[in-house]
Write a protein that binds this ligand. Structure first.
Ligand SMILES: Nc1ncnc2c1ncn2[C@@H]1O[C@H](COP(=O)(O)OP(=O)(O)O)[C@@H](O)[C@H]1O
Ligand SMILES: [Mg+2]
Length: 330
C-alpha cells in the first residue's frame, strides 16, 4: 500500500515562561514515529495533555516539529516554500470538536460548505453551490437545510456540515480531532459510520484523535496510545483491544464500561491525573501510576519492543500479568 504520511522521530517543544528560572522548554510530542498509508485510519488515544492535538497539527503541517522528519506523499514537508505549502492545504484538512466555532454564525451552511472551493480557486460560484448540495447529500443533510444558519441545526447536523466542508476539496488526509467527543453516544455512532462510509468512497487517509478509546474501535485500522508526548503502544485495532500489552492501554480498556477485565484479569482503574508534561517522571514516564512498576521503571526509559506483527509497546514488562505477585520474581 502507498504510504501517504511518514513522520520519523518527530518532537515538538514548547517554551515555558518562568520568572524564577531561565526559559525552559518541554516536549509536547517526543520522538514519535508514525506512518499512515493512503486510505487508512490511525487512531490516537490518550488522556488530555498527552500531545494528540499537537501531533495532529504537526502531521497537517500547520505546526512545525522541533526535530525529526516529515513526509507527505514522499515530499519533505519541512522544506516547502510558502506557495508549495499553500498549494498543499487543499489536501490536508482538520475537523475538530467544536463545530459551532468552526462555522460562521451569520451564513447559511451550504454557502460555507462550498466556500473552500472558491478559496482554493477550484470552482466558480455556480459550481461551488452545486457541489455543496452534492456534498450535503453525501453527509446526510437534506437540501432543505441549505440556507439554515449553524444555530438552527442540531449538534450532529453541524458536525456533518463541518465534515462536508472539510471534504469538499477532496483532501487526501483528514485529521479528526475529538470530532465526535461533544456528541451524544447515539449521534457519535452515526457520525462514525458516516466517516467510515465517506472514507470508503473518497479514499482519504485519516488521523482520528480521541481521549475515549471506545469510539476508535469502529473507525480505526491501527491505534497509537499516547502518554505524556510519547507513543507507548501501537498496533492493529483488533490486537490492541484483544491483547493490550502496555499497562496504560490495559487501564484505558478496563475503564470502558462493561470491560473491567483484560485477558481474563481484573484491572484496576487508573488513579489520579497524568503528571505535568513539563516535569515528566524519569525512566518510564508512566511508572508513577503503573500497577506493575518495578525499580528499573523509575530508572530506565523502556524501548519500544515488538509484541506481535505490527504491534509494539514501550514497557519493560509489556504483556506481563498484571498482578504484582507474579512479578515478584523479576
Ligand atoms: N501552543 C502551545 N504552547 C505551549 N504549550 C502547548 C501548546 N499547545 C499545546 N501545549 C501543551 O502541550 C501539551 C500537549 O497538548 P495537546 O497536544 O493539546 O494535548 P491533547 O490534545 O492530547 O490534550 C499540553 O501540556 C499543552 O498544555
Ligand atoms: Mg486535544
Amino acid at each position: 500500500m502507498m504510504t501517504l504520511i511518514e513522520a520519523e522521530n518527530i518532537s515538538r517543544h514548547y517554551g515555558l515562561r518562568s520568572i524564577f528560572r531561565k526559559a525552559r522548554s518541554f516536549a509536547a510530542v517526543e520522538r514519535v514515529t508514525v506512518r499512515i498509508d493512503a486510505g487508512r485510519t490511525l487512531a490516537v488515544v490518550g488522556e488530555s495533555g498527552s500531545g494528540k492535538s499537537t501531533l495532529g497539527r504537526l502531521l497537517l503541517g500547520v505546526d512545525q516539529p522541533s526535530h525529526g522528519a516529515l513526509r507527505f506523499d514522499g515530499r519533505n514537508m519541512l522544506s516547502l516554500s510558502a506557495s508549495q505549502r499553500q498549494a498543499m492545504t487543499r489536501d490536508l484538512q482538520l475537523v475538530f470538536q467544536n463545530a459551532l466555532a468552526a462555522l460562521d454564525p451569520r451564513q447559511g451552511i451550504s454557502q460555507q460548505i462550498g466556500e473552500p472551493l472558491l478559496i482554493h480557486g477550484l470552482s466558480d460560484g455556480k459550481e461551488a453551490a452545486r457541489k455543496a448540495l452534492e456534498m450535503m447529500r453525501a453527509v446526510g443533510l437534506g437540501a432543505e437545510l441549505a440556507t439554515r444558519r449553524p444555530s438552527e441545526l442540531s449538534g450532529g447536523q453541524r458536525q456533518r456540515a463541518v465534515i462536508a466542508r472539510a471534504l469538499i476539496t477532496k483532501p487526501r488526509f483528514v485529521v479528526f480531532d475529538e470530532s465526535v467527543s461533544a456528541l451524544d453516544v447515539s449521534v457519535q455512532a452515526q457520525i462514525i459510520s458516516l466517516i467510515r462510509s465517506l472514507r470508503q468512497e473518497e479514499g482519504f487517509a485519516s488521523l482520528f484523535i480521541s481521549h475515549d478509546l471506545r469510539v476508535v474501535r469502529h473507525v480505526a485500522d491501527e491505534v497509537a496510545v499516547m502518554y505524556l508526548g510519547r507513543i507507548v503502544e501501537h498496533g492493529p485495532v483488533q490486537d490492541l483491544f484483544a491483547a493490550p500489552a502496555h499497562p496504560y492501554t490495559r487501564a484505558l480498556i478496563a475503564a470502558i464500561p462493561g470491560r473491567q477485565q483484560v485477558d481474563g484479569q481484573k484491572v484496576d482503574r487508573l488513579g489520579g491525573d497524568p503528571p505535568d508534561p513539563a516535569n515528566k517522571p524519569a525512566g518510564c514516564a508512566f511508572h508513577t501510576r503503573c500497577p506493575i512498576a518495578r525499580t528499573i521503571c523509575a530508572q530506565l526509559e523502556p524501548p519500544s519492543i515488538s509484541i506481535d506483527r505490527d504491534h509494539y509497546a514501550a514497557c519493560h514488562f509489556a504483556g506481563a500479568p498484571l498482578s504484582t505477585q507474579s512479578l515478584a520474581s523479576l
